[in-house]
Ligand binder design. Structure first.
Ligand code: YSA
Length: 347
């Protein structure tokens, strides 16, 4: 038998075998047997080199023709079997071709990100620029330069997660406990007038409850210029509250202490849950604190070589999760980071 007749034989055997297949899952076995890397036709094509030149051309051409015939036959058979399978499942009632398709899931921004952006937009509209800074911070920026020297009791206001504890390192590092260190970084690099907001994540070694997380966001604000007074601070923050909450909500300013401001204030909004009567969420006070603020302390200005006789400024640091809670009536801050899609899909 010549190589040529053996190629014809392969074709007729292959087509016979293909005709006998009635299950789509068996087609791959057939493909491997005849057209696969060690299949019968591929072996003939591989052996062409050993044939004399005139036979090589003839057998080669024939084998390639057979290959196309088999490939086409495989394609047709696959289509026939697929149609048959579809027909069977329609008849068997397994496939409801009238069912609407499944909607692909669409991604969206996390509610905290949405609120952070909304807050920043409100300040950008009032002439502030947005800057960002490191979450791993030096003790110097987080405390020292903000008028909180080592061993000062004010450090206890921020339960700190240390990377290098102060006793072990000359230049201790920590996870920033607030966005206020960016006040120093910005003023070191710029000359007044300064108007910036700084969104970012902060970390505290703190037990969680309905209004406290150990990782949360803050948005810092800083304005320094000549002639900035407490009136500018109040005007800016009232305007912010009006833009975010509308004109109906009540705003309360109270004296507060932060070592890097003088005087210092705390700003609160009336509790969304009890309308100010007092409940679990607002610790029976009727108010939810959303930010600390104040006039930048002259000592902080001196730290960055601004002359406090010429320049004054105000600063604030607010909690976007608390603002989202007030805006949307969310009664537990832990919902933001529990990865519960039923919660997240509402925003
Ligand atoms: C004060 C004066 C300034 O001139 C500038 C900034 C500040 C704020 C200061 N750096 C600070 O961190 N103050 S704070 O500890 O009271 O936090 C500010 C805001 O962050 C709070 O009003 C609250 O909205 C939010 N916050 C605080 N602890 C939180 C929290 N949000 C969620 N979980 C916590 N554990």
């Amino acid at each position: 038998m010549t190589q040529d007749t053996s190629v014809d034989e392969i074709q007729s055997q292959a087509l016979g075998a293909l005709g006998a297949i009635d299950d789509i899952r068996k087609l791959d076995e057939w493909r491997v047997a005849y057209l696969g890397r060690s299949g019968r036709l591929t072996s003939v094509l591989r052996g062409l080199g050993a044939l004399p030149p005139e036979a090589r051309r003839e057998v080669g051409q024939r084998a390639n023709m057979v290959k196309s015939v088999l490939e086409k036959a495989l394609e047709e058979k696959e289509e026939v079997l697929r149609q048959a399978e579809l027909q069977r499942s329609i008849e068997g009632g397994k496939l409801d071709i009238t069912l609407p398709g499944r909607r692909p899931n669409r991604g969206r921004l996390h509610p905290t990100t949405q609120v952070v952006r909304e807050i920043c937009d409100a300040f950008v509209a009032m002439g502030f620029q947005i800057v960002e800074g490191p979450e791993v911070e030096w003790d110097y920026y987080n405390f020292e330069a903000l008028n909180i020297p080592k061993d000062h009791p004010a450090r206890d206001m921020w339960d700190t997660i240390w990377i290098d504890p102060p006793s072990e390192s000359e230049k201790p590092m920590l996870l920033r406990t607030h966005t206020s260190p960016m006040q120093i970084r910005v003023m070191e690099k710029t000359q007044p007038p300064v108007r910036v907001v700084v969104p970012g994540k902060v970390y505290r070694y703190e037990a969680t409850d309905a209004t406290h997380e150990s990782q949360f966001y803050q948005v810092e604000g800083l304005a320094v210029d000549t002639n900035i007074t407490f009136a500018e601070l109040k005007g800016t923050l009232y305007e912010f509250a009006r833009r975010i909450f509308g004109t109906e909500r009540k705003v309360r300013f109270r004296c507060d202490y932060f070592p890097f401001v003088e005087p210092g204030v705390e700003m609160a909004i009336d509790c969304f849950a009890c309308g100010g009567r007092g409940c679990r969420i607002c610790s029976n006070s009727g108010w939810i604190e959303i930010m600390g603020a104040g006039m930048v302390h002259p000592e902080v200005l001196r730290h960055v070589n601004y002359d406090p006789e010429i320049y004054t400024g105000f600063a604030f640091g607010l909690g976007p999760e608390r603002i989202a809670m007030l805006k949307y009536g969310i009664d537990d801050i832990r919902l933001f980071y529990s990865n519960d899609l039923r919660f997240l899909y509402q925003f």
